[in-house]
Design a protein around this ligand. Structure first.
Ligand code: ADP
Ligand code: ZN
Length: 443
């Protein structure tokens, strides 16, 4: 804990009460909600019903929480295959919001919310902020992108629900972010940890001493970050940095968050039921063992997710947190079981890069993704081999190819990456699987 963050009674925000539900009562509530959500998905989502039938199961077969392990998994590909609205369990007249996150094929993954879903989302974010020691009177700047991405609006509604003052800055424009932080006396910042690092560097250049600002907390998430990164951030800014976790398929940010003990992230398990499974076999793993996080939405109306495979590798931490919350905790997420990269908060799959490159004639299917971190921001370079003829050609042809590749990558990935053309055979060939990603980021 740090000196700028005095202890406060914010944990007593009315929305935080469910954080302290006695365990037997919590398990009972979870079972009741699990039975209801399974029945709802079975009645309204054709894919879920047919999967259940293939397993010889009906909703009545869920008699205990342990029975969840008998239910079929849901995968990201199910959302893609049923694009855009195929997994909705509510009629459109009850849907009030759509969000989307990047998928592997250029088509995004679509998620839907009813009014009740938005209220639940707001309430879990209020609980996140409260567990970070924030309360009414705090001035919270949201520097996650607003729009289809769930980060901005999710964090925004939560901060408003808390009763704090919201500064909806959205992403980008570092100088303006710093000016707002300074002039408005912002006390908490919500953004990706790498963006905050970038703001720290820029503040140094501008001669603004973050340590002297009223800023006392950072709520950072949407991408993996490490304890050493936390230490670095806290030392340079004299704030307390919190890890917040979420994913669009489940609700967006607010699935789990650290409390002030910083010993794992509490999952708001009255709404999201966590399991850890072996990523290869899908078999449940005991607490304290690392595996893939699987989440079930217990109260989602518009788009329930049953046993969603997040591909995020973590563990359920054994024992209770000293803060008194009865909610189980997961360890910080350091890696994924698939190949998805998260660059500046945007999901990127190496397979998307391949698709974009192969769409252009003259490029060979030999490429490598090089990730670096400059001024706290992730940079992605795509090195592409070109045919020998191209190199012998006039410079104009290479420039033309470069332009086409850049355009194709921009379109498919939705973020700006650097393209470098390299000579044939300059990318190391591998015996087995190609090593597509060279990660030179350090934190
Ligand atoms: P979001 O809008 O929250 O970024 P996405 O659906 O675009 O949601 O991405 C979700 C993925 O982002 C998660 O499955 C996880 O891999 C990653 N992620 C989100 N928060 C964290 C975090 N705090 N630590 C590590 N990874 C995270
Ligand atoms: Zn705790």
């Amino acid at each position: 804990m740090n000196s700028k963050l005095e202890t406060c009674a914010a944990d007593c925000h009315p929305a935080s009460v469910p954080d302290y539900t006695p365990v037997p009562e919590l398990r009972q509530l979870q079972l009741k909600r699990l039975q209801a959500v399974v029945a709802r998905a079975w009645q309204n989502v054709a894919l879920f019903r047919s999967r259940m039938e293939e397993c010889g199961l009906a909703p009545e077969d869920v008699r205990s929480l342990e029975d969840i392990a008998r239910l079929p998994f849901t995968q990201k590909s199910d959302l893609r295959d049923n694009y855009p609205f195929g997994l909705f369990a509510s009629p459109m007249k009850d849907v009030v919001r759509l969000h989307a996150s990047s998928g592997t094929t250029g088509k995004p993954i679509v998620v839907a919310y009813t009014k009740e879903d938005v209220d639940v989302w707001t309430s879990v974010l209020v609980r996140c902020y409260a567990s970070c020691g924030l309360h009414r009177g705090d001035i919270i700047q949201i520097a996650y992108g607003y729009g289809l991405f769930t980060g901005g609006l999710g964090a925004h509604y939560g901060a408003e629900g808390l009763g704090a003052v919201v500064v909806p800055a959205s992403g980008g424009h570092a100088d303006r972010q710093i000016m707002l932080m300074k002039d408005f006396g912002v006390t908490a910042m919500c953004c990706t940890p790498t963006y905050f690092l970038h703001l720290l560097d820029r503040a140094d250049e501008l001669g603004v001493d973050m340590k002297k600002l009223p800023l006392r907390a950072g709520v950072f998430g949407a991408e993996p970050w490490t304890e050493s990164m936390r230490k670095h951030i806290e030392e340079r800014s004299n704030i307390e940095a919190f890890d917040i976790f979420g994913l669009s398929e489940i609700i967006g940010p607010g699935v789990g968050c650290e409390c002030r003990r910083h010993q794992g992230l509490h999952i708001f398990e009255d709404h999201f039921y966590p399991e850890i499974v072996d990523p290869e076999t899908g078999a449940p793993l005991p607490d304290g063992t690392e595996g893939e996080l699987v989440l079930t939405t217990l109260s989602k109306q518009a788009m329930p997710m049953i046993r969603y495979r997040t591909h995020d590798m973590t563990m359920i931490l054994p024992g209770r947190c000293e803060c008194g919350r009865t909610l189980r905790r997961i360890g910080r997420i350091g890696r994924r079981s698939d190949d998805m990269l998260i660059i500046r908060g945007v999901n990127v799959f190496p397979s998307q890069v391949e698709t974009a490159l192969l769409a252009i004639e003259g490029a060979l299917p030999h490429y490598q993704i090089v990730l670096t971190r400059a001024q706290g921001l992730d940079q992605m370079e795509v090195q592409v081999e070109v045919t020998p003829q191209m190199f012998n050609d006039k410079i104009g042809a290479l420039q033309e190819l470069h332009k086409k590749l850049q355009g194709s990558l921009d379109r498919v990935l939705g973020i700006r990456v650097r393209v470098s053309l390299v000579e044939t055979n300059s990318i190391e060939r591998s015996e087995g699987k190609a090593k597509r990603v060279i990660d030179r980021r350090t934190s």
